[in-house]
Design a protein around this ligand. Structure first.
Ligand code: ADP
Ligand code: MG
Length: 239
């Protein structure tokens, strides 16, 4: 790996007495897809929130493209080129699908509406939302809200994309399309950190998997090695 695009070093984050992350360190190389796994409550979403600037860690450092972003607020981290989705979708419910993307492009990147609309049509086609572009976000079912979450993040054209369970709730039949979409995004040149419980997705898209259990990193290996790691099996199923 050359210089990492994202470097997480010794990150600890507590909420009152609860230590959600303990001394987490790993790097992500440019163009890599790193999967983040772990049982519910392990600290995965908290880690994305710390990277995205939602919370400052108690100790440790986050660098993005060599710059210390540990204490930057979310809008600054976003403007540097970090996009994210929320595990619980957060669209503007009264705006249409198309206008939700426009907010990301016009306010997030400062580009003109006409340029944004052409680009956003491609993004809607990529995620499979073209037919819903005039529908208010508030009337979409959860699977489509997950797609909109991804499309909104893409409309900011991030260098680093943080995905939080975008495949959750998808049917078995929808998984290949999700895998294809993520591969396409990677081929567009984005680096991706992806939290996912759906193993079929991770095995097919991730170069490396980091597994967190009770706030600690317990494994960092290739997808196939991670699935067979006794520490990982114990974390999910008990000894
Ligand atoms: N804002 C918060 N305030 C208090 N506790 C939190 C907060 N966010 C997360 N936690 C706690 O931190 C732990 C890790 O949560 P989370 O990162 O959401 O786990 P995961 O995404 O792996 O399921 C959980 O025990 C959760 O209850
Ligand atoms: Mg989570």
């Amino acid at each position: 790996m050359g210089d990492p695009i994202l470097s997480i070093k010794g990150v600890t984050k507590s909420f009152g007495g609860l230590v959600a992350l303990r001394d987490i360190s790993f790097d992500v190389g440019e163009g890599e897809v790193v999967g983040l796994m772990g049982p519910n409550g392990a600290g995965k979403t908290t880690l994305l929130n710390v990277v995205a600037g939602e919370y400052a860690p108690n100790t440790g450092m986050i660098k993005f493209k060599g710059q210390d972003i540990t204490k930057l607020p979310p809008y600054r981290v976003c403007h540097l080129g970090v996009g994210r989705t929320y595990q619980i979708p957060q669209p503007f419910v009264t705006l249409t699908v198309r206008d939700n993307l426009l907010v990301s492009s016009v306010y997030g990147r400062g580009i003109r509406k006409s340029t944004a609309e052409t680009e956003n049509d491609e993004i809607l086609a990529l995620v499979g939302l073209t037919e819903k572009k005039d529908t208010p976000a508030g009337s979409l079912p959860i699977q489509l809200l997950k797609k909109l979450e991804l499309a909104r993040a893409l409309a900011r054209k991030p260098k680093l994309l943080l995905l939080d369970e975008v495949a959750a709730g998808a049917t078995e039949a929808e998984i290949p399309k999700i895998v294809e979409t993520i591969r396409h995004i990677r081929n567009m040149g984005m680096t991706i950190v992806i939290i996912e419980h759906v193993m079929k997705v991770l095995v097919n898209v991730a170069d490396r998997i980091v597994v967190i259990d009770k706030g600690r990193k317990i494994c960092e290996e290739s997808p196939n090695a991670a699935m067979c790691d006794p520490k990982v099996i114990e974390a999910y199923f008990g000894a």
